[in-house]
Write a protein that binds this ligand. Structure first.
Ligand SMILES: CCCCCCCCCCCCCCCC(=O)SCCNC(=O)CCNC(=O)[C@H](O)C(C)(C)COP(=O)(O)OP(=O)(O)OC[C@H]1O[C@@H](n2cnc3c(N)ncnc32)[C@H](O)[C@@H]1OP(=O)(O)O
Length: 252
């Protein structure tokens, strides 16, 4: 059976992806220059890292019940101070930043979100590459990645490939083929690209694969998606006119 492969270099099929580096924002939340709250962004990343370590410990521990209950009490005590100032679902995080495209709490790439691995994304010349290593918190079949987690990472990397053409869009269709199990605790490489023939005014059909970094040509998961840039009317209906900051409304 033929393995699906992304273009290795800029090719006729993929030149529409501009070689800009949207990913720096996702992976370097401190940003630079005009960042309005660099220290808070750094602190949010530190908290994300600490909670990821806690989650990793909590999903691999074999300590006794008394210890589990003691830790649960301590963890509950942490929630109060964090909730002293909160946003709602209609308000963007104050440390998100449009200019570098930073989404601090995105569940796939946001360094401040403890459920994000987080995947690092590099936008190259015609190909978008994501890297991450998944721990036991992401386990589906014993010692392998949950299929829904693979789908989330795929959706994200496909979205970056679509967005690299200029305008972020929304997934309207996603299709995955799980060829081989995706191992935990193994550096992974996700690759996405947009075939030129799949591009219309509002829509693209990006494709992606998951492989290990050691064997990038051995495809574990292959996927294709359809991404649509919502019309102004659709964006207004979905996101509203006033509750999100203008930079976020303007992204669609
Ligand atoms: C410079 C920038 C830097 C940015 C730097 C940051 C990067 C940032 C990366 C973010 C990466 C996030 C990646 C996660 C992305 C999500 O997770 S998005 C969340 C999941 N998706 C959703 O919730 C979408 C829900 N769907 C909807 O709300 C509606 O379907 C939409 C999107 C408003 C579209 O409305 P609709 O009425 O369904 O579609 P409609 O307008 O009739 O058709 C639109 C086009 O899509 C086509 N279409 C619709 N459905 C399908 C389908 N199932 N199959 C094929 N085609 C279809 C139609 O044929 C039509 O095509 P055209 O005829 O225009 O060529």
């Amino acid at each position: 059976m033929t393995e699906p492969h992304p273009p290795r270099t800029t090719s006729k099929e993929s030149t529409a992806i501009a070689p800009y580096r949207q990913s720096d924002a996702e992976t370097d939340p401190e940003g630079s220059g005009e960042d309005r709250d660099q220290d808070r962004a750094r602190a949010a990343r530190e908290l994300g890292d600490a909670l990821r370590a806690l989650t990793a410990a909590a999903t691999s521990t074999e300590v006794d019940a008394a210890t589990l209950r003691k830790i649960a009490d301590q963890a509950r005590d942490l929630t109060g101070p964090l909730s002293a100032a909160s946003r709602t679902r209609h308000t963007a995080p104050s440390i998100d930043d449009a200019k570098p495209g930073r989404r601090m709490y995105n569940p796939a790439v946001g360094p401040g979100n403890p459920i994000a691995p987080p995947m690092r994304v590099e936008v190259g010349d015609g190909v978008v590459v994501g890297t991450c290593t998944l721990g036991l918190a992401y386990e589906g079949p014993h010692s392998y990645t949950h299929g829904g987690v693979s789908a989330m990472l795929i959706d994200q990397i496909l979205g970056h490939a679509h967005a690299a053409l200029g305008r972020p869009g929304m997934t309207v269709a996603l299709s995955l083929r799980y060829r081989r199990p995706v191992p935990l605790e193994t550096p992974l490489r996700l690759t996405a690209w947009v075939p030129e023939e799949s591009i219309t005014d509002r829509r693209t059909g990006p494709q992606a694969t998951i492989a290990t970094q050691d064997e990038p040509d051995r495809v574990l998961v292959e996927a294709s998606g359809v991404f649509v840039v919502p019309s102004a009317e659709q964006a207004s209906r979905i996101f509203g006119d006033s509750r999100l900051p203008s930079w976020q409304r303007d992204r669609y």
